[in-house]
Design a protein. Structure first.
Length: 218
């Protein structure tokens, strides 16, 4: 990790916010409406990261039932109803962002669609830490992670070299994104996507944190 970081790019779910219960409740409401039993938060949490369409497909595959043609639309509607029911920033995240925003530019790169992303950031009063054009969702002009295009766009926009930026994320998707953009990676081990990150994916170049407060060490 370089000694001076000028750009810090955050994943959303499992990194900035703990949204696992609301995502799980929406997915299970959909499954139960189709006659399937609910899945645990751990199982649903491990399915998050590749976007809503992949999450829905994985949930139905795990349940062993056929996925209806309108499953994605129904899931998005169910999720929007409970977007902020239980979702909260991780403990210490607000304080960490306040401190980090005085040191570097901050951005969000998520595979979640942009509209709910902005609603969550606004609802949790996190939007003040991120310029609007520094928040990229999975339905924007760039391919979803692990394609590095969105990360590279943020680096170009801020005129920051990859080596002077860092991607903070909790999952294998985030790790592959950082690797593809030749960007240092900080592993949010407190996030619910951490279980998807195989030990052999971690290198000596990476940093890891067990709480948001440890991000100040960046």
């Amino acid at each position: 990790m370089p000694s001076r970081i000028h750009l810090i790019v955050f994943d959303l779910d499992g990194t900035l916010i703990d949204s696992r219960r609301d995502i799980t409740d929406a997915a299970n409401a959909l499954l139960e409406s189709c006659g399937a039993p609910p899945l645990s938060e751990d199982r649903i949490g491990a399915m998050v990261g590749d976007g809503a369409a992949t999450l829905v497909a994985r949930a139905f595959e795990a349940s062993g039932i056929e996925r209806p043609a309108d499953a994605l639309e129904r899931y998005l509607s169910l999720y929007h109803e409970r977007l902020l029911a239980h979702t909260r920033p991780y403990a210490g995240m607000v304080e960490a962002l306040a401190a980090l925003s005085r040191r570097a530019r901050l951005a969000v790169l998520t595979n979640k669609p942009l509209k709910p992303t902005l609603e969550i950031l606004d609802g949790l009063e996190l939007a003040r830490f991120f310029d609007r054009d520094m928040v990229l969702g999975g339905d924007g002009p760039f391919p979803r992670k692990p394609d590095p295009a969105g990360l590279r766009h943020l680096q170009t926009k801020t005129a920051v070299e990859p080596g002077a930026s860092v991607l903070v994320g909790d999952s294998a998707i985030d790790c592959r994104t950082a690797r593809a953009a030749n960007t240092p990676f900080c592993i949010a081990r407190y996030g619910f996507g951490y279980a998807t990150l195989a030990p052999d994916m971690v290198t000596a170049r990476d940093r890891s944190v067990d709480s948001p407060s440890e991000l100040l060490g960046l």
